[in-house]
Design a protein around this ligand. Sequence first.
Ligand SMILES: NC(=O)c1ccc[n+]([C@@H]2O[C@H](COP(=O)([O-])OP(=O)(O)OC[C@H]3O[C@@H](n4cnc5c(N)ncnc54)[C@H](O)[C@@H]3O)[C@@H](O)[C@H]2O)c1
Length: 259
Amino acid sequence: MKLEGRVALVTGGGRGLGQGIVMRLAEAGADIAVVDVIEENALKVAEAVKALGRRAIALKTDVTKWDQVQAMVKQTIDQLGRLDIAVNNAGVISIKSVEDLTEEDWDFVNDVNAKGVFLCCKAEIPFMKAQNWGRIINTASIAGKEGFPDLAHYSASKFAVVGFTNALAKELKRTGITVNAICPGIIGTGMWYGPTGLAEKWKLPGETMDESWKRHQDVLIPQGVAQTPEDMGDLAVYFATADHVTGQAVNVDGGFTFH
Ligand SMILES: NC(=O)c1ccc[n+]([C@@H]2O[C@H](COP(=O)([O-])OP(=O)(O)OC[C@H]3O[C@@H](n4cnc5c(N)ncnc54)[C@H](O)[C@@H]3O)[C@@H](O)[C@H]2O)c1
């Protein structure tokens, strides 16, 4: 197996894209620290990893808190022996026009999505540098490539992740550590599909949420279908195994975005 003997941590691994990334890395042979602010979800996903015959731990961590992020990396190394692959995926969204947006809304989304990625990388780098090998994979978004209405604060946070990823890749260019970003398109997690998701918020008059979800896939995605958490996991496995790909932000979006 391609990742046998490797240890990965995945933030936001308790559900959604993070869960798909965890499972693909585990299927490729990696042992996993499943990290999430919701402990019970991290525990469930860690059990699913163990069922594949891999080692797994669940860590309750808020990625916006430096002391917790440091403890996350230390516990991964203490309990699983090393840290090779870090997928900094935890993220949040809210849907509001700039006029309605409060400072708290801005800070919440940017703290988790942008500052959280920074803190995780800061804690992960020293261990990877010491072993002259590491793979850092940050979850950005196609909203980190272009703006969308009612998502200016979210787009700002994801543009930050794309820029940070490229700059860090150059900073670490001769260390054996690669740094890349996944830019997911439209996936039916709570961010899109559900009472507080984009499909509900962007319904046309008289449209059901399901109709809105199908319309968005049809209109926005050239392939006409949503992407899956496992699609993101496939790209994470690729980044984890590619030696000479760094500084990239790769779209997995059914052809939605070109750049
Ligand atoms: N769903 C999509 O269509 C889509 C598209 C583009 C990008 N993304 C990005 O993918 C990532 C995962 O999103 P998702 O769709 O799976 O959403 P999700 O809400 O299903 O999962 C996010 C996970 O992150 C965890 N989390 C939230 N705040 C945290 C914190 N402070 N510390 C640790 N964990 C925290 C949540 O508990 C949850 O398990 C996010 O970065 C998101 O911005 C999602």
